[in-house]
Design a protein around this ligand. Structure first.
Ligand SMILES: NC(=O)c1ccc[n+]([C@@H]2O[C@H](COP(=O)([O-])OP(=O)(O)OC[C@H]3O[C@@H](n4cnc5c(N)ncnc54)[C@H](O)[C@@H]3O)[C@@H](O)[C@H]2O)c1
Length: 251
């Protein structure tokens, strides 16, 4: 599926969607750069991924810190001399409160990671991929970047911003053969969703019912979509914000 020696980066890859995506890249034959701000869990994740793809490495990086983002991409250039696929997945949900009660601190923290951090990563990736005349980026947006959700103003704003950053970059780098897409998952059963539902059965049932398919998605369903969008099989797809949401935004 992926050409031999391909290198794929996943940020926020210690757990959840990022970990599943890193595993899926490894199974598709890529050497994976597993990155996360949590070094302990990130190293553990990379250990499991190396069992499938031995050339894979872990690099600690908080995407909100420009120096760390620059160092991460320098490490990729020094180690592999190439970057074929990048999944900008690191993100947080922030605190739940209606807009008037959303603190400036929460707003800045969520935007700083989900939007500014993703922008910093994408800048570095585009600088590496454009001269190669090859590469694919998938950004983690959300259905919350396509339609409104009450109680998560900073998160919605950050994910709407990710969709637009994606489309603009896709246009800018199309001629350089660098594709840029976003995925917009519905609710996917991860630690993030558990923090929001508190694993309360009634709340989980309400989350299931948000989707016409009457269930939440799995990390595998999102990971498979990301690995497809970065693969040569998706070679004419760029600038898309693809919902992976059991039909939620089709209503
Ligand atoms: N789970 C969902 O329902 C859902 C739905 C739509 C979109 N998303 C998006 O998918 C992405 C992954 O979500 P998840 O549910 O797997 O989350 P999660 O909280 O389960 O895992 C997130 C991972 O990102 C890492 N991380 C957080 N901030 C970071 C930072 N500043 N720098 C580097 N790493 C950082 C964490 O350490 C963790 O390993 C996020 O961008 C999220 O907004 C999730």
């Amino acid at each position: 599926m992926y050409p031999k020696d391909s290198v794929a980066l996943v940020t926020g890859a210690a757990t959840g969607i990022g970990y599943a995506t890193a595993l899926a890249f490894a199974k598709a034959g890529c050497r994976v750069v597993v990155s996360d701000r949590d070094a302990k869990r990130g190293e553990q994740a990379a250990e499991a991924i190396r069992a499938i793809s031995p050339g894979s490495i872990f690099v600690a990086c908080d995407v909100a810190v420009p120096e760390q983002v620059a160092a991460l991409h320098r490490k990729i250039a020094d180690t592999f001399g190439r970057l074929d696929a990048a999944c900008n997945n690191a993100g947080i949900e922030g605190e739940q409160a209606p807009t008037a009660d959303c603190t400036l601190e929460n707003f800045d923290r969520v935007i700083g990671i989900n939007l500014r951090g993703l922008f910093l990563c994408m800048k570095e990736q585009l600088k590496m991929m454009a001269p190669q005349k090859r590469g694919a980026i998938v950004n983690l947006a959300s259905v919350a970047g396509l339609v409104g959700f009450a109680g998560l103003p900073a998160y919605c704003a950050s994910k709407g911003g990710v969709v637009q950053l994606t489309k603009g970059a896709a246009l800018e780098y199309a001629e350089a053969n660098v594709r840029v897409n976003a995925v917009c998952p519905g609710a996917i059963k991860t630690e993030m969703i558990d923090r929001i539902t508190h694993q309360d059965p009634a709340t989980e049932q309400a989350f299931n019912a948000l989707h016409p398919m009457m269930r939440m998605g799995t990390v595998q369903e999102v990971a498979d979509t990301i690995v497809f969008l970065c693969s040569p099989q998706a070679s004419f797809i760029t600038g898309q914000a693809l919902a992976v949401d059991g039909g939620m935004v089709a209503r």
